[in-house]
Design a binder for this molecule. Structure first.
Ligand code: ADP
Ligand code: 5GP
Length: 204
């Protein structure tokens, strides 16, 4: 193939789909926000949840906050790329949150749990899978409690589920330890930059 034609096709590929998982409180949200500032051409894929918004969370930015009935309706209409029960609520990735952005060549970051990550990888094998780990379990607990957004019962549930997330690390392509936030955001950006330069993908 002619070089100009090859480069044009390469540049017009779909944006990459990047899944970011890790235990609740590890800092996924904080890290992705930092990444969006430093890594151009990336967007967060907004997902749906049936949990109540935390103070400061914005509809359509942090999540689409919907009722369980609406969630079930979306399942029936096949509108989710994946969905799962996480902790005590339902969470799901609407297809539109991913496809529209990727079609513009923009990379989409999805903060979803290991169940969702596995389902997405099965449907789209060239998904880039990144696991965010805390420097220690003690630090994870401190961050979760320090955030001050969950009841004691919810904190206990999230700490218990943290081990299940950690058990699934081998399923991921990359592991990033969120100790210093700037270092972790830099590593995340390097991974995405390298993945953009990948020649072979399964699709697009
Ligand atoms: P998650 O989205 O994984 O549940 P958050 O982004 O809400 O986690 O972060 C949980 C808490 O930890 C927040 O209070 C956040 O400010 C804090 N945090 C995040 N990253 C770091 C870090 N690298 N060092 C110290 N505290 C952090
Ligand atoms: P939180 O209630 O702390 O915002 O999110 C709890 C967990 O739900 C997060 O750790 C995240 O991994 C997961 N999550 C958020 N959105 C989705 C989604 O659309 N699908 C799945 N499977 N998990 C999600």
């Amino acid at each position: 193939m002619d070089l100009a034609q090859y480069l044009s096709e390469f540049e017009n590929r779909l944006g990459r789909l990047v899944v970011v998982s890790g235990p609740s409180g590890v800092g996924k949200g904080t890290l992705v926000n930092r990444l969006l500032e430093v890594c151009k051409n990336t967007q967060r894929g907004v997902t749906c949840t049936t949990r109540d918004p935390r103070p400061g969370e914005i509809e359509g930015v942090d999540y689409y906050f919907i009722k369980p009935e609406q969630f079930r309706e979306m399942i029936e209409k096949g509108e989710f790329l994946e969905y799962a029960q996480v902790h005590l609520n339902l969470y799901g990735t609407p297809v539109f949150s991913v496809s529209r952005t990727r079609e513009k060549g923009i990379d989409v970051l999805l903060e979803i749990d290991y169940q969702g990550a596995r389902a997405v990888k099965e449907k789209m094998p060239d998904t880039v899978m990144i696991f965010i780990a805390p420097p220690s379990m003690d630090e994870l607990e401190q961050r979760l409690r320090g955030r001050g957004t969950e009841s004691e019962e919810a904190v206990a549930k999230r700490l218990h589920n943290a081990q299940t997330e950690i058990d699934h690390i081998p399923m991921y392509d990359y592991l990033v330890v969120n100790d210093d936030i700037d270092t972790a955001a830099g590593e995340l950006c390097s991974i995405i930059t390298a993945e953009r330069a990948r020649v072979q993908t399964y699709e697009g």
